[in-house]
Design a protein. Sequence first.
Length: 406
Amino acid sequence: MDLVSSVKHKIQPDLIVPSGSIGIAISGGIDSMVLLDILRENYPGQIHAIHINHHLQPSNQLMRDCCIHYCKQHAIKLSVIDVTVEDGNVEQQARVARYGALKNIDESVILMAHHFDDLLETLTIRLLQGRYYALPYSLPSTREIGSFKLIRPMIDSNRASIKEYAINKSIVWVEDPSNDNTKILRNRIRYYNNASLINLQMKLNRYAKITKEFERIATAKLLPKIGIQFQFPLGLQSTNKEYLLRLWILKMTKIQISPSFALTILKHHTSAATDKLPISQLEQWKIRRYQGELHVVCDRDIHITKKDIKCPRNTSILFKDDPKLENIISRHFIKRIMQKSKVPPWLRGILPFFVCDNQLWAIWGIYIHPNASEFFAIWDAPPPSLRNVRLPLLNSKQFQYNGASK
C-alpha cells in the first residue's frame, strides 16, 4: 500500500468528528509537512494545523515560519502555540509541554506524523532502558489523551517513502538541527543504522505485536474468570496480583505500567487506614479505593448536567449540596441511602435528585418514591462517570425510572 493510501486507510470515517474538523500537529519538519500535504489534498477544508513552538533553538522560528507560509498559501487554519519547556530531560519536558498544549485545543481528533522508523527507534530505546513491559505499547496507531484521540496515520509507512513523496511534490520543510546531536540516544540509534540493528528492531516489533495480542486475550478471558470486571478486588488471593492489576489498569485506561509500579499502587491502597480514601494518579485518571475495591475515575468524566436528562416538565433537578434539599429531605436520609446503595464518595455530589411538588421523587440510580411509579428520567448518552458504576436501579445502557424498572 502506497503512502497516501495507507494514510487514508488509517483515518477511518468513524474516527473523525461529525463537524469534519481534523487537527494535525505540525513542526515544520519533513514528516509533518508531508502528512499535512496529504490531508490538504484528500480532506480539503477540514484541516486545523497546530504548531507548537518550544523556543529551544533559533531554528524553531524558521520551522514556525515554514508552517505559517504553507498554511497561508493553501488557506489552512493554523494555531501557533508558544510553550515553555521546564528544566530537566529536554526531550521529556518538551513532550510534556507539547501534549499539555494539545489538550487545550478544541479538537476531538489530532493527527501526528510518527512513522515506522520512529516506532523501531522507540522500541530500541525502551529495550535499552529495560522497559520491557512498555514495548508492546510503543507509539500506538491510536490513543486517548485527555479530551482528544491521537491518531498516527503514517505509523506503517517508512522514512524513505515519506522523503520520496516530499521530493516528488516539492514540499518545503526545515531540518531540525537537533537531529544531528548524537548525545541524544534516538539520534545515536538512527545513525547506527546497520543491518544487524535493523534485524534486531524488526524482531522487537514482532515480539511487541505478539505480546500485545497475548495481553489482550489475557485481559478479555482471564480477568472475568477470577472476578475482576470494572473494579479490582484488593482481597484477591493471588501471588501474581501486581500483574493482574497491571492488566486491569491497561484495560480501563489504556495506560501501561510496570509490575513494580502496580505493586506500589497495591501497597499504597492496602496500607491506608479504613477511614481514608487513598488516591493514585495516572495521567488524567485516578485509582481510588472504596469498600475493598479499586475504581478507575477520570476527572473530566465527573459531571452530569441538567440538560443531559429528560424527565417530566414539572420536575426540578437538584444535587446533594443544594440548600433547597434541606427543606425536602433530611441529610441523614441522604447519607443512609447513599451508603446502603454503595455509592462511592466521589459520585455522591453528582447524582441528580428529582423533586416534584416539594417532594423527593427519585435519586438517580438508587431510589424511587413508592408513589412515583410512573416517574421517568432518561439520558441519551450515559455520563462516562457512571458507565462502570453498579447502582441498584441503573441500567448499563439507559437509565429510566418507570413501573418496569422498579
